[in-house]
Ligand binder design. Structure first.
Ligand code: AMP
Length: 304
């Protein structure tokens, strides 16, 4: 199975109650690709970076099975830069700086070696760009998963609705689901979103887990109570990467298999928050991931 991941590759500055970093590797495509690479290789990335994205960073991503052919390098400009500060609850954050830099003129290029794409992960980007990627693929992938954020609901609702209508799975958080539909009940919001086009909807609830909706069905994945929560940046993207990576590896897009994919996404995300940026994703191995999945199974298991 072939997996393509689209999104930002960036530098972030992050402040949490536990510390701060002024420049660390980030971006949705970075987290998605790192997480998915635990399931399938190569992960074919589509993104754009600037002169500050040094060759050793590109090499370290390649070494993790990430194909960088679809990542454009602009030698005159800087990479996308984002700075955020988390509140004490670690669930909410303020965006302090968003510098688009290279992203301002992002025209995604799809290398011919990516045209075999069967699983497409559209990370959070302008919905027009997400649409362009779908349109530039010669064949529609078997499964398209899309992430987005409230910013696009405020500024580009029409094209966001068009993009949502083109995908199979939408992955958003609870607050975004409420904003998109005007419904407080997540169940009502979910049905309204499923009527917009996607056959499946994942609603992420941060430390409280995730819900998967399909037709009249709903599945709830728990949030694993962790000893250490250091930095939630990228947890949503890491979830998406683990989710689609698992689906691509197993080649099964049934509701039953999506339940397992939600657990794999949750397990990957639970590692992400344990250190700053993608640091923890860079140090875990398959054995640790399997152990974490078992913890999730135990957490939700009971006898009637
Ligand atoms: P998450 O914590 O999952 O929402 O993702 C955080 C990542 O998203 C950071 O690494 C940022 O570089 C990236 N990011 C922040 N704002 C945007 C934006 N407006 N568009 C695309 N990516 C963004």
């Amino acid at each position: 199975m072939s997996l393509v991941a689209v999104g930002t590759m960036a530098f972030d500055a992050i402040e949490t109650p536990f510390g701060e970093v002024d420049k660390i590797l980030g971006g949705a495509a970075t987290y998605i690709s790192l997480a998915a690479s635990f399931y399938i290789r190569p992960v074919k990335a589509i993104s754009i970076v600037g002169y500050d994205f040094e060759p050793h960073i590109i090499e370290s991503l390649k070494a993790r099975g990430i194909d960088m052919e679809g990542v454009q390098v602009k030698t005159q400009e800087k990479s996308f830069f984002w700075a955020g500060r988390y509140h004490n609850d670690m669930n909410t954050r303020d965006t302090l700086i968003t510098e688009l830099n290279v992203l301002a003129n992002f025209d995604p290029v799809i290398p011919s070696s990516y045209q075999d794409c069967q699983y497409l992960m559209l990370g959070n980007l302008a919905p027009q760009t997400q649409q362009q990627v779908i349109e530039r693929l010669e064949k529609r992938p078997a499964l398209i998963v899309m992430d987005t954020m409230n910013f696009w609901m405020d500024t580009a609702m029409d094209s966001l609705l068009k993009a949502i209508g083109m995908v199979d799975v939408l992955v958003i958080n609870g607050e975004e689901a409420r904003q998109l539909t005007g419904q407080y009940s997540l169940r009502k919001a979910a049905h309204q979103i499923l009527d917009m086009g996607p056959a499946f909807l994942v609603i992420k609830k941060g430390e409280h887990g995730a819900l998967l909706f399909h037709e009249q069905e709903v599945f709830s994945a728990p949030g694993l109570p962790l000893e250490e929560v250091f930095d939630p940046t990228g947890a949503g993207d890491t979830f998406a990467g683990g989710f689609i990576g698992y689906l691509a590896r197993t080649g099964d897009t049934s509701f039953e298999n999506m339940k397992r994919a939600v657990i794999h996404g949750s397990a990957m995300a639970s590692f992400c928050v344990e250190k700053f940026g993608p640091e923890r994703l860079m140090e875990i191995d398959q054995r640790m991931l399997n152990e974490r999945i078992r913890e999730f199974v135990k957490l939700a298991n009971f006898n009637l």
